[in-house]
Design a protein around this ligand. Structure first.
Ligand code: ATP
Length: 347
């Protein structure tokens, strides 16, 4: 097991592009951390620096107590699971899983025992003599996991491991990977662009944007107290409503409507954030929403409308009654976030 420490780790590619701006954080022993962000935000670069597949331009990276900036990937005691599985097509599942051990001069019976143990854990025992081409996508991903497990690494690195699977299998595999990680207790860093994977799998999430870490926090912290309008709109589907508003004398207004109060020492224009599920039709509600469209999603409905000329979405239960025309809407538990209207940072 190992903790991972980054101290101002930075990546500048040879063409001068700074893909990761100086980043400092600590991952605890046994923790499952998800790096999430849109395409091009630098999350793969970050992971590849930790893996040793990409040079670190500046700063210090420690795995356990050892600084590993210049340590060869093979000597970092890590195992990596890739999006494309990276299996050997001519080898059986058994050989693919045991491959990393063969190079370590471990005797055959120990390798076989470890392969069997991993195969049992991953429900692969009946496929051990098949080649990768004779497996489904989910089974291939499990073989890649098996290969990582048998090495007993102190750190697992996952690079979008589920993105080649269909939605249903992805949901199933993310539960399997999470359960496996819990069981093995191995420190894990997992890269994805999928905010649902991040929310459901992570002990802590690192949200990246444009080479910068926007926020590090538990799924609940990132979701309920986003550090910026970027995080607010990236995490959550549909995203948080972000409305132009202002604060005067502690009252938060959108147009002429008072949507809440704040004790923050702020006056003037702000960005007001309200999660769609924190809005509910209510006779005494202070907001008037002009409803334009209702999307039926089975378990719930999305109501799209406007307030003070600004678009807004509300998520309501399938049984919640909703009238025609402008409807009164309340904000549950005063769940309003405020952001600086210029920087987008949480106030
Ligand atoms: P994706 O989800 O699309 O893989 P990402 O968040 O993982 O994106 P990276 O692959 O880390 O992003 O790339 C970050 C940025 O660095 C991108 O703008 C990319 O174009 C750039 N980049 C990646 N590799 C190189 C390279 N070898 N030389 C120059 N720029 C690079």
């Amino acid at each position: 097991m190992a903790q991972v420490t980054l101290d101002n780790v930075r990546k500048v590619y040879p063409n001068g592009f700074e893909a990761v701006k100086p980043a400092s954080y600590n991952i605890a022993d046994g923790e499952f951390v998800v790096l999430v962000g849109p395409s091009g935000c630098g999350k793969s670069t970050m992971l590849r620096m930790i893996a040793g597949l990409e040079d670190i331009s500046d700063g210090a990276l420690k795995i356990g107590d050892r600084q590993v900036n210049k340590v060869d990937p093979a000597d970092r005691d890590i195992a990596m699971v890739f999006q494309n599985y990276a299996l050997y097509p001519h080898m059986t599942v058994r050989k693919n899983i045991g491959y990393g051990l063969k190079n370590r001069k471990i005797d055959k019976s120990t390798i076989e025992a470890k392969v069997q143990e991993a195969a049992t854990m991953l429900n692969l025992t009946e496929y051990l003599d098949r080649k990768p081409s004779q497996l489904s996508g989910g089974q291939r991903q499990r073989v890649a996991m098996g290969r990582a497990i048998v090495r007993d690494p102190s750190l697992f690195l996952f690079d979008e491991p589920l993105s080649n699977l269909d939605a249903k299998l992805r949901n199933q595999m993310r539960i399997e990977i999470k359960a496996l990680q819990r069981r093995l207790g191995v420190t894990s860093i997992y890269v994805t662009h999928d905010q649902i994977e991040a929310m459901t799998m992570a002990d802590r999430i690192i949200v990246m944007n444009g080479g910068i870490i926007e926020q590090i926090g538990t799924p609940a912290e990132v979701y309920h107290s986003p550090a910026s309008t970027f995080v607010a709109s990236f995490m959550g589907a549909p995203p948080m409503n972000l409305l132009e508003g202002r604060v005067d004398g502690g009252m938060i207004r959108v147009g002429d409507t008072v949507v809440g109060n704040t004790t923050l020492a702020v006056t003037g224009p702000v960005t007001v954030g309200i999660r769609p599920e924190d809005l509910e039709p209510s006779v005494g509600g202070q907001l008037r929403i002009d409803v334009s469209i209702i999307e039926e999603l089975g378990a719930h409905r999305l109501v799209h409308g406007h307030i003070a000329g600004q678009a807004l979405t509300m998520q309501i239960g399938k049984d919640t009654a909703i009238g025609d025309g402008p409807i009164p809407v309340a904000i549950k538990n005063n769940a309003v976030s405020l952001f600086d209207h210029q920087t987008g940072n949480r106030l």
